[in-house]
Design a protein around this ligand. Structure first.
Ligand code: ADP
Ligand code: MG
Length: 473
């Protein structure tokens, strides 16, 4: 062990500690041992492959920076990964891996070459996004088609085949939580990138875009932020409802959107509600969204749910009896993510208990997931959640205001109170600024009528209901 390696690493740790917070430092950095420093290559030993991957995924920037600080531009970092901790007979088995992100773009295998081409530099957006952020598991083949998604899916396919060329630009996909927005948006990206490696595809969540933008303001690097986004050929931006109320971010996005659109680049967006309900987004941005095509995703019907389960069974190589498949497709009608969640729980139960998958087990599992909800959810919680969801203050919910949005939100909150609490109609009225019980009856009735005729309103309410159920778990 070269003495220098230890002291270099000690200095590195001092810097890292200031960057990552105590808990992460303890978990991820304390277990590391410096083992060698040779010609500006510092080798550190980590306890497992997972550890290596985790560090590379979450702390690559810090590591690059600290190596740059300590060893200069030619500095490099290598990991020695303990693959098998060994026994009295065997020595521990280690492999050496470079400090380099392990998922190459379009390449699903881990790198085998130990060389590293980039010297360590300050992290840039290019590096952060070198791999387009796409998950290769989301493709069109495993995106089951049904009435619920036909338009969105086929528009997505058309866009993926001819990005920037069809009139579906931007393509805006909207639908409630867990209905397949991210899957579809990613499938478009994978198809575009798979067919044309020169097309710079980028998937980014609106949340991440916002954080990067805020960081760029702080670091005085708006110019490089903009330059980076203006190079993109296919921009996939997920969950744009997150932009609500963020004026500066919207302005930046507007600018990027216009530039890309004018240059024939493809833009695909997703949102959890239709553009007309995107409160807190500037009109000029909303009007751009309507230039192309807006397509919705609904909850799959029974047959499509069956097909999704069967597809999942096939890809996971598991067998589930027909009556169980039918039972699940029939009972889980909230969203696809939940359907998958229940399926995974059932498989986990069967595996852990070494029992077979049968109807009894399915019923039991479902029962454990859907808890009795009454006691945990109170009026306050409902008012707060509904207020946040519709971006209305709790005071307004209780007030006399007759503004349409507020009235609807207030009725929704009353409806949820009736559904999820033990309060009487009279008591619910009391909690909404002393209204009488007939107002509550009317609210409950209007909400359920509206849910019947307006699908997107229905899915908003279902989302809120989901939130209530989650709270009680
Ligand atoms: P969202 O982004 O709308 O919240 P996701 O795209 O994350 O939803 O989808 C939730 C899960 O459901 C994912 O695992 C996805 O693969 C699956 N899924 C959704 N729709 C379909 C579909 N039509 N066919 C197959 N899987 C689907
Ligand atoms: Mg999503």
């Amino acid at each position: 062990m070269v003495k220098d390696g230890v002291s270099v690493w000690e200095d590195c740790l001092k810097f890292i500690r200031g960057q990552v917070g105590d808990q992460s430092f303890k978990t991820w950095f304390e277990p590391i041992k410096p083992i060698n420093l040779d010609d500006q290559v510092l080798t550190i030993q980590v306890p497992s492959q997972f550890f290596y991957e985790y560090l590379e995924e979450h702390y690559v920037h810090v590591l690059r920076q600290v190596i740059y600080n300590e060893l200069g531009p030619a500095g490099r970092l290598e990991y020695s990964v303990i693959v098998d901790s060994g026994s009295t007979k065997n020595q521990p088995y280690v492999v050496t891996l470079p400090n380099q992100n392990h998922n190459k773009k379009w390449d699903r295998t881990a790198p085998t070459s130990p060389t590293i081409s980039n010297p360590f530099e300050m992290p840039s957006l290019e590096e952060e996004f070198r791999y387009s952020n796409l998950n290769p598991n989301y493709d069109f083949e495993n995106y089951i088609e049904g009435d619920c998604n036909r338009l969105a899916r086929s528009a997505g396919l058309a866009v993926a085949e001819k990005p920037g060329v069809t009139s579906f630009n931007p393509l805006m996909i909207y639908g409630g939580v867990g209905l397949g927005k991210t899957h579809l948006v990613q499938a478009i990206g994978n198809k575009v990138g798979g067919a044309d490696k020169k097309n710079f595809v980028l998937y980014v969540s609106s949340e991440k875009f916002t954080t990067q933008f805020t960081d760029a303001i702080k670091n005085n690097s708006i110019q490089s932020f903009t330059n980076f986004y203006l190079q993109v050929d296919t921009l996939l931006i997920d969950d744009v409802q997150f932009f609500a109320g963020k004026e500066k971010t919207q302005e930046m996005f507007f600018h990027i959107f216009n530039h890309l659109h004018q240059n024939g680049k493809q833009i695909v967006m997703s949102s959890d509600r239709p553009p007309r309900d995107l409160k807190g987004l500037q009109d000029r941005l909303l009007s751009r969204f309507k230039w192309g095509l807006t397509a919705d995703l609904q909850m799959p019907d029974f047959e499509t749910r069956m097909a999704i389960i069967l597809r999942k069974m096939q890809s996971d190589g598991i067998f589930i009896p027909d009556d169980v498949v039918e039972y699940l497709a029939y009972s889980v009608d909230t969203n696809v993510r939940e359907l998958e969640g229940v399926l995974i729980s059932i498989i986990a139960h069967a595996t852990l208990n070494k029992s077979e998958i049968n109807l009894e087990l399915a019923k039991q599992t479902l029962k454990n997931i859907v808890h009795d909800i009454e006691s945990e959810v109170g009026v306050d919680y409902i008012q707060k959640s509904v207020g946040e969801y519709f971006q209305i203050s709790v005071a307004d919910l209780k007030d006399k205001t007759r503004k349409k949005e507020i009235v609807i939100a207030r009725q929704v909150a009353m409806y949820l109170c009736k559904e999820y609490t033990n309060h009487s109609l009279k008591s619910i009225g009391y909690h909404f600024g002393g209204r009488d019980h007939s107002t509550v009856i009317h609210a409950v009735q209007s909400v359920s009528d509206m849910m019947d005729v307006d699908n997107s309103f229905g899915s908003q309410i279902n989302e809120l209901k989901k939130k209530m159920r989650m709270k009680s778990v």
